[in-house]
Design a protein around this ligand. Sequence first.
Ligand code: NAD
Ligand code: UDP
Length: 333
Amino acid sequence: MAILVTGGTGYIGSHTVVELLHKNEEVVVVDNFINSSSEVVDKIKKITGKEFKFYEVDILDKEKLQKVFEENHITEVIHFAGLKAVGESVAKPLEYYNNNITGTLVLLQVMREYDCKKIIFSSSATVYGDQGVPKYVETMGRGKTTNPYGTTKAMIEKILEDLYVSDNTWGIVLLRYFNPVGAHESGLIGDNPNGIPNNLMPYVQKVAAGRLPELSIYGNDYPTKDGTGVRDFIHVVDLAKGHINAIEKLEKDKTGVYVYNLGTGIGYSVLDIVNTFEKVNGVKVPYKIAPRRAGDLAELYADPTKAKEELGWVAEKNLEDMCRDSWNFAKTN
Ligand code: NAD
Ligand code: UDP
């Protein structure tokens, strides 16, 4: 009885595989390395001292995916595989819809064929859109998404809800991540985007390492405590652990569609990140104030109450941990 992790060599997937192996779960990973590398497989084994099966498979390839199900008794799937760059999704909508939506449809068809009907899906706070208030709670409806990436997340949530309506023997957990940052404390795995990063923390890491000259802070005139954008940054290890709680929920309750925010419930500003990163790591992060970035909201953070009450999960690591572990990974990679 194994748990299949799609996209398991990616940033969040690799940390989740580590936590699953720590729990002595049997794990099977598929990834096509479109945004990760084969080295991660060995790094996960080094961190955990445990073995797992890895298949280099594109989830769009139905036959290869069927073979994975044929060769393993898969009872649950944690589905991370997807493309995630917001800007790129605007430039390449067809590639994003195909990879994320069609990939998920192929996966779900193969799961149904092998009578595997438990899935945890990597959704995002982006599906809330602009709710007009900063604190996002699951009772709010999905809002208007502003780019193809976000739309794929909202569409996949809807597809999974429709699937459950058609067959209520499915067990489905939609996890809406807020802003994952940080890295495993070993420094072996972390967020290592190719090229110039879009997200704040990878950019800060590259500036601190001297590989980019300065950070552009997108706006300091927002109605927030210091004028810069506020987000709910969550340590990737806390986020990974949330998947263990979600698996336990599916093993206990078996069927249904459940949606949870995975965030800390605390909003930190861009300047909080810069200042904390400099303080805990003893490095400089030169920055300039730049115009606001199109599509950015001033402030958003999770209401994490439902995950606490129903999953028994809370984020435990603080901003210092996030900044220290991000730098520990960046300076050795
Ligand atoms: P990532 O890019 O590091 O990991 C995704 C992995 O999926 C990569 O290893 C990639 O090679 C693989 N992949 C992509 N398409 C594939 C395909 N067709 N077949 C097989 N493998 C494929 O991204 P991440 O940050 O670890 O994100 C994991 C999931 O969480 C994604 O679905 C992402 O959209 C979602 N998410 C991420 C964030 C974030 O800020 N990192 C926030 C919310 C939601
Ligand atoms: N941000 C910034 N400079 C950057 C990248 C991001 O000032 O180079 C800000 C961005 O405007 C937002 C916050 O950092 O307020 C988080 O942005 P990120 O892209 O990491 O995540 P998002 O919340 O947009 O998904």
